[in-house]
Write a protein that binds this ligand. Structure first.
Ligand code: SF4
Length: 330
């Protein structure tokens, strides 16, 4: 591991100023992803700015009926928080489906958002990877693609985002609050993440020195039911082959509103706007659910070797909608 300096940030402003002044520095919080990458040689910061002790570890209500989650709230604490369990069960379920208990005890909200792809080539510094080393090529194209994208990929990168939490937050229309050199910015999570395009090394729109201070969740619609469904190769401690975060409201037989995000299939949490359009105002039932899934997946462009993910995602989305339909009518 490359030698590095360490600085314990005294305030968000101190953290931002210190990082901004050091082009090769990185923020450290739970360290569950960054430290692994430092050991592998994937990340080589010369300075770690520790933000884990900043007073950003509270979950509070907002004036408009939503919830504000501090950036350093631990994943375990967020999943178990009464406000999250009661108002945003999709988020609690997504977080409990992720990683292991030990990792959730250490990982933070902001760190979870910023975790990097688990593409095996990204983590192997002996192989070309445009995300790790821009311009070097993509080893996954034509290689091992079981965990790779079927939507939104580019000829430069077909990796997927690994977070379950971010998928649920995408369905909930979360807003990421950022402290930067020019002050505070608030970015809807769907605009926070990027598709790979020709710059796959940029996962998000963050600039060097930007510090995530919180994530805000708007108030859920009245009467909404939500769920997170994840399909993976083993029952725990595995990343999603496909996942669905969905929240629906019902008006007797009709679907009122629908908010859906898909995980494990794209470079970012994939907001399923086409499916939402089919569902909103339609009669709830198998035909509608299948039409919604087909509308969303009509743009799927799998790699040779991961075509199965199209059918898997379709089945997972329909199953999630079926479950919510049953629960919404009780
Ligand atoms: Fe790198 Fe992306 Fe290709 Fe994986 S899919 S090897 S992360 S460029």
């Amino acid at each position: 591991m490359r030698a590095f300096d360490y600085h314990l940030a005294e305030s968000p402003a101190d953290a931002v100023a210190t990082l901004t002044a050091h082009p090769d520095a990185a923020f450290l919080a739970g360290g569950t992803n960054l430290v692994d990458h430092m050991k592998l040689g994937v990340a080589t910061p010369d300075l770690l700015v520790d933000v884990s002790r900043l007073a950003l570890d509270e979950v509070t209500t907002t004036e408009d009926g939503g919830v504000r989650v501090g950036a350093t709230v631990r994943n375990s604490d967020l999943a178990a928080h009464p406000l999250i369990r009661s108002r945003y069960p999709v988020l609690s379920r997504a977080m409990l489906s992720a990683a292991s208990g030990q990792l959730r005890n250490s990982a933070t909200t902001a760190g979870n958002l910023l975790q990097r792809t688990r593409c095996v080539y990204f983590q192997d510094v002996t192989t070309p990877c445009n995300k790790r080393e821009p311009g070097s090529g993509c080893s996954a194209i034509g290689g091992y693609v079981r965990y790779h994208a079927i939507l939104g990929a580019s000829p430069h990168c077909i990796a997927v985002h690994p977070s379950d939490m971010a998928v649920a937050m995408s369905a909930l229309d979360a807003v990421v609050v950022i402290e930067g050199a020019d002050g505070e910015r608030r970015i809807p999570i769907d605009e926070f993440y990027r598709l790979p395009g020709d710059e796959p090394h940029r996962d998000t729109v963050l600039r060097h020195g930007d510090l995530i201070t919180a994530v805000e969740l708007p108030a859920p619609p009245s009467g909404a039911v939500s769920d997170y469904r994840k399909v993976r190769d083993r029952a725990s401690y595995a990343f999603a082959l496909a996942s669905v975060a969905a929240e629906l409201t019902f008006d007797t037989d009709q679907i009122g509103s629908a908010r859906i995000a898909l995980g494990g299939i794209a470079h970012k949490p994939w907001r399923a706007r086409r499916a939402e359009e089919v569902l909103a105002g339609a009669t709830a039932g198998e035909e509608t659910f299948a039409a919604a899934a087909d509308a969303e997946l009509s743009a799927a462009d799998p790699q040779p070797g991961n075509e199965f993910k199209v059918a898997l995602t379709r089945r997972t989305l329909i199953a999630a909608l079926r479950t919510l339909n049953e629960r919404g009518r009780r």
